[in-house]
Design a protein around this ligand. Structure first.
Ligand code: ADP
Length: 476
């Protein structure tokens, strides 16, 4: 009963039953208000009366006894009540035994001439017990009428319905049911077939196989489901690939310093480093590599926490201008040493923002560090801020090497470094990934523009505090 076909069939069947019941009920009501059924009975009575007078079964000249016998014969033969009455309605002879309910036609008040039954009066009369009779009266000689009557059938409408209409109605319902079975099977197939295929696709995605796409066919809703499954499969595949790349990168980044540490420690153990100067140099290298590993692990922890949303930002109103000045001061010495001009262009006042000061300082230091790292002596790094509608935009621009367009879209990926072959500058390829996570956790954006040979520009856009707004920073 749970299959689509069974449900559709049940629905169709319910509709068929309701429609048949409605049609039947409507026909019954129509019949009740239609004199058709009564007419059938009247025509029957008329035929009996006509037959009896025409064949001379009863004739005007009959003696009372002969007439009474004729009436009884007619009554028995046609299952009716037969009477002889005067035009004034007085009953002279009656086929019924004494004690039967009396009929009183006087003076044929309700009788009327009928255009279809010529020469007859038709009508209804109530007997002395209150029951209604149908009758047809025909002249019998000049002074009398032959009256043929029968009780008005109470269930005539129902009987007529059952005898004439029920069977065709049931046949129609039967045909409709067959059509319903056929339709239910066809419709359910057209819906269920792509669904079955999609279920198979979803299962193979769950098993890590992505080669079979879900069919995008059938009704709109089913097509949409197919498209969604395909898009989900692509995303799952991309996420798994990213996870594999990430693991490979982490292992590689940890292995390089470890090898170095192990090598120098081994050399010291083996006595290959004999001079005090040699020991100092080796220890220095070991210290440096261990420090690199520590930074890597800290960065990874940072990323993991940001990603898991566990790191609740310590949000407080911030003086952004002061924050930017401190960040610039922090790298000014390095700028002087490397011969790069550091320009700070801040408007006298910036709108207040809410944020985590330490985290935002980390972002700015990272951007300024990168800019200095990639700008040769004689170049310039500019830190600027501007007010935009509902936000503050902080930009770090440099006149350095720039980033090729094919790398620009990837520099925010974890471990992505533009030129891996360059001698290590201490970078891990995690700085921009962490920076973007922090900015986005503040409800802002971090974007990069660059031109090879001309320089790069990184823009941090942070939403400003709106009056009465308590959800400026999005807690992740
Ligand atoms: P890294 O620790 O290697 O600096 P980042 O995530 O901070 O890692 O940067 C990713 C890559 O983006 C870097 O390897 C570098 O090649 C490139 N990059 C970042 N900032 C700049 C810049 N201002 N100019 C040129 N290249 C940049």
């Amino acid at each position: 009963m749970n299959s689509l076909a069974a449900r559709l069939f049940a629905a169709f069947l319910a509709i068929i039953l309701v429609v048949v019941a409605l049609v039947g009920f409507t026909l019954l009501v129509l019949l009740r208000n239609n004199p058709l059924v009564e007419r059938q009975a009247l025509i029957g009575l008329h035929t009996v009366a006509l037959e009896a007078t025409r064949t001379g079964q009863i004739a005007p000249g009959d003696s009372p006894d002969a007439a009474a016998a004729a009436l009884r014969a007619i009554a028995a033969e046609y299952d009716v009540r037969a009477l002889v009455a005067t035009p004034a309605g007085q009953v002279r002879l009656d086929s019924a035994e004494a004690g039967a309910p009396e009929l009183n036609f006087r003076p044929f008040r309700t009788a009327r001439a009928d255009p279809v039954l010529p020469n007859s009066l038709v009508g209804t009369v109530r007997d002395n017990r209150g029951r209604l009779w149908l009758f047809v009266a025909r002249p019998l000689g000049r002074d009398h009428l032959l009256v043929v009557a029968e009780p008005r059938p109470r269930l005539a409408v129902v009987v007529f319905f059952v005898e004439n209409l029920l069977v065709p109605l049931l046949k129609a319902a039967g045909v409709a049911t067959l059509v319903a079975v056929l339709l239910a099977v066809l419709i359910s197939r057209s819906i269920a077939r792509p669904l079955h295929t999609m279920a198979a696709v979803a299962q193979s995605v769950a098993r890590g196989r992505y080669d079979q796409p879900a069919p995008v066919a059938g009704p709109d809703e089913v097509r949409l489901l197919g498209q969604s499954i395909n898009s989900m499969a692509r995303q799952v595949q991309a996420a798994q690939q990213a996870e594999r790349d990430f693991l490979a990168n982490v292992s590689h980044e940890l292995k390089t310093p470890l090898t170095s540490i192990q090598g120098f420690a081994q050399a010291m153990l083996d006595g290959a480093v004999d001079s005090a100067e040699g020991v100092r140099r080796s220890a220095n290298i070991i210290f440096g590599e261990a420090d690199r590993m520590r930074r890597l692990v800290e960065s990874l922890l940072d990323l993991a926490r940001l990603e898991a949303g566990l790191r609740a930002l310590t949000l407080q109103p911030l003086d952004l201008r002061a924050l930017l000045t401190v960040a610039a001061d922090g790298v000014s010495l390095r700028a002087r040493e490397t011969g790069v001009a550091l320009n700070v262009q801040l408007p006298p006042a910036l709108p207040p923002i809410t944020g985590d000061g330490d985290r935002l300082a980390q972002v700015l230091t990272n951007l300024l560090d990168n800019a200095l790292k990639h700008t040769p002596a004689g170049g310039a790094v500019t830190l600027s801020a501007a007010v935009a509608p509902g936000a503050v935009e902080v930009a770090v621009a440099d006149t350095g090497s720039g980033i090729p367009p094919e790398d620009l879209s990837r520099i925010f990926e974890r471990f992505y470094q533009v030129d891996k072959s360059r001698p290590r500058s201490g970078g891990l390829g995690l700085g921009l990934a962490i920076s973007r996570d922090i900015v986005e956790a503040h409800g802002g954006t971090l974007r990069a523009e660059s031109q090879v040979g001309a320089g790069s520009r990184f823009t941090v856009r942070l939403p400003t505090v709106q009056p009465g707004d308590t959800t400026v920073a999005r807690k992740r």
